[in-house]
Design a protein around this ligand. Structure first.
Ligand code: ZN
Length: 487
């Protein structure tokens, strides 16, 4: 079988030729972004996620452009959640000729309606910036990976399915979603596969969230699986407790207020931003927030916050009870907080002498308005940059978080004099203990034949695999990019 696997790997033999059910890991294999897995059943092809590879601009542009499958050969797509590293290559798939359905929850659809066009717009901006330099050097200009228009073209192909509802994306496969507890609308995907009388259940975790987080319900753990694809982003790390993370935020805001500096929080527009706002709101309600102005400076985050308000079906009991008591209860706003859409207001924030808190995207500082705020703030000792989300290797965010003394932003070298803090307690991802809880419970409730760890850098994945084996899981694999497994 290994030789056949190798042939399939280099594209000489389609997976369906040697196994009626097969799984190929096309993205997020031994890395964190670009989630994409191909399930083939009886010659029909189902794509699980179609995410953008994020990282250093130049290399990720080339890697994203080399789409790993022929778009027209795909029969259906199932999307676990809206984050761009899971959904951001859909415009390329549709641009390449894919005309089938893309199944997701309604909250995911509503988030995608903002996030995909935003991604298209960012791709256009990025290329226009690079083209100016290329033109000046007499080099040919390049096309964007995809445009705003390409992203909008995806929307008619989205089909919404709620948690627990069965649907059949390709013949022989019945799917339902369970709650992943990661971001609004995020699901784990359970696939019941039937092929020539053989029944197999495959679970795909998507991104696993956390227990006892505000607003969203806790993750659900699948049962009766034969195969499992599981994420391992934080397979070797523990997050601080909620109380500790809250105290760091309180203390940091107070320090910045006293020093009349600014606190810049780079955050994913969806998930982290709302959680930070929720925590600031808590501090405000309990009288622990100084009278500092707070801004969410990201049009996408503003829109995403509106989508949160439209999906009470995703709320946890605590949030529902708070709403029942006071229908106007809004944990995503408080006195002193302002959501900023306009570019002009965003620019004004860079010139203000007042102490401020600015939450802005992108979370890994590879684009977006946060770059301007960092450019204006990193050089001043009174300021603090606080990282609250995962920083992938090779990104500007990772360089600053790792303590690099000098960074380059928009062609300018900037000495980092601001205080840099990394707080993991606000992560939307399960930490090591939570992943182990999820994985070992899924295994206890199943007769797993094989598990595949994805969505993590090699070190955390190997650490998680070792820990899961200790919990009794057998045949835990860490697939290489492109690797094929018959099921
Ligand atoms: Zn995610």
């Amino acid at each position: 079988m290994r030789d056949l696997e190798k042939l399939a790997l280099i594209g000489l033999l389609p997976p369906a030729r040697f196994a009626m059910i097969s799984l190929q890991f096309l993205g997020a294999a031994r890395e964190v972004t670009g989630s994409m897995h191909l399930l083939t059943v009886g010659g029909h092809r189902l794509l699980l996620d179609c995410g953008l590879i994020q990282g250093p601009r130049k290399t990720s542009f080339e890697r994203n452009r080399a789409f790993p499958v022929v778009a027209r050969d795909i029969d259906a797509v199932v999307l676990s959640h809206a984050h761009i590293d899971h959904s951001g290559r859909l415009p390329l798939l549709v641009k390449g000729g894919y005309r089938g359905h893309i199944f997701c929850t309604s909250a995911t659809r509503d988030l995608c309606a903002y996030m995909l066009p935003d991604a298209g717009h960012l791709q256009e901006l990025d290329v226009s910036y690079r083209n100016k330099r290329r033109a000046a050097q007499g080099r040919p200009v390049m096309d964007p990976l995809y445009t705003l228009e390409d992203a909008i073209a995806v929307m008619p192909q989205l089909r919404t399915v709620e948690l627990g509802q069965n649907f059949s994306p390709i013949p022989g496969v019945t799917v339902h979603f369970i709650n992943a507890g990661h971001i609004l609308g995020a699901a784990s995907v359970i696939l019941d596969i039937e092929d020539e009388g053989r029944q197999v259940r495959l679970g795909f975790s998507g991104d696993i969230g956390r227990w006892s987080q505000p607003i969203l319900r806790d993750p659900e753990i699948p049962a009766d699986l034969d195969y499992l694809i599981m994420e391992g982003t934080y397979g070797n790390r523990s997050h601080e407790g909620t109380g500790e993370a809250r105290e760091v935020l309180r203390q940091t805001v107070e320090d910045v207020w006293r020093q009349r500096g600014r606190l810049i929080i780079p955050a994913f527009a969806v998930g982290r931003t709302q959680e930070i706002v929720y925590r600031l709101n808590e501090l405000s309600e309990t009288g622990q927030l100084p009278p500092i102005r707070c801004y969410v400076d990201s049009p996408l985050a503003v829109n995403a916050t509106e989508v949160f308000r439209l999906h009470p079906e995703c709320y946890d009991q605590q949030m529902l009870m708070a709403l029942a008591k006071d229908p106007d209860h809004d944990p995503l706003s408080f006195k002193g907080l302002r959501y900023v859409r306009e570019v002009e207001t965003s620019k004004l924030l860079n010139t203000t002498e007042e102490p401020v808190v600015i939450i802005s995207a992108s979370g890994m500082c590879e684009g977006g308005r946060v770059l301007h705020h960092l450019k204006h703030s990193l050089g001043d000792v009174r300021n603090t940059v606080m990282f609250v989300g995962f920083q992938a290797e090779g990104t500007l965010g990772r360089a600053i978080a790792d303590g690099q003394a000098q960074v380059r932003i928009y062609g300018e070298e900037i000495r980092v004099r601001a205080t840099v803090k990394v707080v993991s307690g606000y992560s939307a991802h399960a930490d090591r203990a939570e992943l182990l809880r999820w994985g070992s419970t899924a295994a206890q409730q199943s007769k797993l034949q094989r598990s595949f760890l994805v969505h993590g850098e090699p070190e955390p994945l190997f650490a998680l695999a070792a820990a899961l084996r200790e919990e009794g899981l057998q045949h835990v694999e860490i697939p290489e990019p492109g690797q094929v497994f018959p099921l």
